[in-house]
Design a protein around this ligand. Sequence first.
Ligand code: DGL
Length: 273
Amino acid sequence: MNDNPVKTEYDDRPIGVFDSGFGGASTLRNILAELPGESFIYYGDNKNAPYGDRPEEEILRLSEHAAEFLLGHGVKALVVACNTATSASINALRRKLDVPVVSVEPAIKPACEAPGEGQVLMLATAATTKLARYRALQQRMPDPARVVNVGCPGLVELIERGETGCEAVFPVLDMRLGSLKGRLFDGIVLGCTHFPFAAPAIKSWAEQNLTGRCRLYDGNAGTARQLKRVILKNGLCAAPGSPEAGRVSFFTSGDPIVCEPIFRRLLNTPIYE
Ligand code: DGL
């Protein structure tokens, strides 16, 4: 008889992931690498994207609806793969739901902890830059004034159409960041899960228009690691060798015929490579 009890209970239910649209695919890429034995249900609220120009109460209502949709599909844990939805709804979702809820948030901590003479540029939706949860996070930084927050309306819309190249992205950055030209930045935080898909364009705009290292940061890897910890701690791992491992089912409030190919393409697009 084995005196060392091995945990033989597994939970093959999928993990739910949602975003206002396709942005959460950048989070899911990291999660798939961290938890290859799990299966996933992704919900993109593409019909209502972008969330970032909406009032807080509306973002909360849409986020609750997305969470309910996924819970209705029997998920064992929920990932809020949207910085905007996190800022507006994470406390309410955690209070209301009886599954673990993990979220993304702008990666200003690693950016602010990196030494340098320059500032940290935080790009996000207009809502994220204004909401209390993000403002409180910024205040916890060693030097909150080092962070320059810029809402970038227009960028999410492009990425929702699958347009991520310099030609499409540069005019929006010229408009939103034009006044910062020539300034010194050590880091740029991609504080919206859509933005990593435009990372090469954002990097090359920064190289042409800003000074300093302008190293890019996003919160996705941290979220994936946190999800793994939560799954292990709560005994929610899928059985080894599950035939569902790595499967991603896609649902959208938009037109699935249009949305699913864009989602699959983004999900398989290497980021920062
Ligand atoms: N991907 C989202 C985020 O991380 C939301 C973008 C939007 O819908 O405005 O904030």
